[in-house]
Design a protein. Structure first.
Length: 322
């Protein structure tokens, strides 16, 4: 049964993308953005505190240590938009640094209403900060914020964590170029990038012994069952994390443990999975620090500053729109 409270537009878009991705020739896929429903968002918050997943702590350490320096490089007045805010916990450091010098409007942009609610609760009590959430895709939401800014306002866009790594490299650069087209010269982008490290360490971060990441990945199938009326048997799938040496990325897959047929009524789809066939659900590309300024130049930015965590190699990069 389809969930009656779901907006028709959401069901239509979700079912269309599920159908398109699962019928791709060669490797079946599912869009990683759909990992983050209410359950998935809660599981990801749990992943972020796992000892094996050092990325989020590195991201937060850099923001806590360098937020004043980062903000000090930016002009006033400034508004803040964040793509994929999640709960907003890490963003507090930036907003508190800004609140010491001005009133700030903060616009979290998310497709997850539960994440927006958590973000408003987390950050809504900071003095001189007003939180206005946008439940929209990244670029659509950013365009809304940019068009609504005051004539004198500058814009700081936050793209934290390693979300840029979820894009194929060419697609990531295209995304940054599209973002640059929305921004004005002098606007800023704070971009988080996970850096290369030992393969063993990376694989453990995406396949933890407690099985939280596995539950996060499998919840995508459960979500399709709940919202699109599918009949995925979760017990017949196994979470897999792989290192792709050529592309320098971690891949998350769901492997079929037997030959099985799956029906997704809302997508008018029935398909068969062979034993050991996988559905690819997410990629996380890793970078070298020196690649980021070069990528910035190719996409219409210049790198004004880079801060690197040495405990878990990760970089915050301040890019200025040219």
């Amino acid at each position: 049964m389809l969930t009656a409270s779901l907006p028709i537009r959401h069901v239509s878009e979700f079912s269309a993308e599920v159908r398109e991705s699962l019928t791709k020739p060669g490797q079946r896929e599912l869009p990683s953005k759909y990992l983050y429903d209410e359950v998935g968002s809660a599981l990801f918050e749990a992943i972020c505190v796992l000892p094996e997943y050092g990325l989020t702590r590195a991201d937060a350490r850099l923001l806590e240590k360098y937020s004043r320096e980062i903000v000090g490089r930016l002009p006033s007045p400034i508004q803040v938009a964040e793509l994929g805010s999640g709960s907003g916990k890490k963003t507090r450091w930036i907003l508190e640094a800004l609140s010491r010098r001005q009133r700030t409007y903060y616009y979290p942009i998310e497709i997850s209403p539960s994440a927006l609610a958590a973000c408003a609760k987390e950050l809504g009590q900071i003095d001189l900060v007003s939180v206005v959430g946008h439940e929209q895709p990244y670029l659509e939401g950013l365009r809304t914020v940019a068009e609504g800014r005051g004539e004198r306002d500058h814009l700081l866009v936050l793209f934290l964590g390693s979300t840029i790594g979820n894009f194929d490299r060419d697609a990531g650069e295209e995304f940054l170029s599209e973002m640059r087209e929305i921004l004005q010269p002098g606007d800023a982008l704070l971009l988080g990038t996970d850096l290369e490290k030992s393969i063993e360490l990376q694989l453990l971060a995406y396949d933890d012994p407690a099985g939280v990441t596995a539950a996060f990945n499998l919840n995508l199938l459960a979500r399709i069952n709940r919202e699109l009326g599918a009949d995925f048997d979760l017990s017949s799938f196994r979470h897999q994390a792989r290192w792709n040496r050529v592309e320098r990325r971690i891949e998350m897959h769901l492997g079929s443990m037997c030959r099985q047929t799956v029906h997704v009524p809302a997508a008018s789809l029935r398909f068969m999975l062979d034993e050991d066939e996988t559905i690819w659900t997410e990629s996380s590309h890793k970078y070298q620090a020196e690649e980021i300024p070069e990528m910035a130049e190719r996409t219409g930015f210049r790198c004004d500053g880079q801060w690197i965590d040495r405990e878990w190699p990760f970089a915050q990069n301040l890019l200025i729109a040219g």
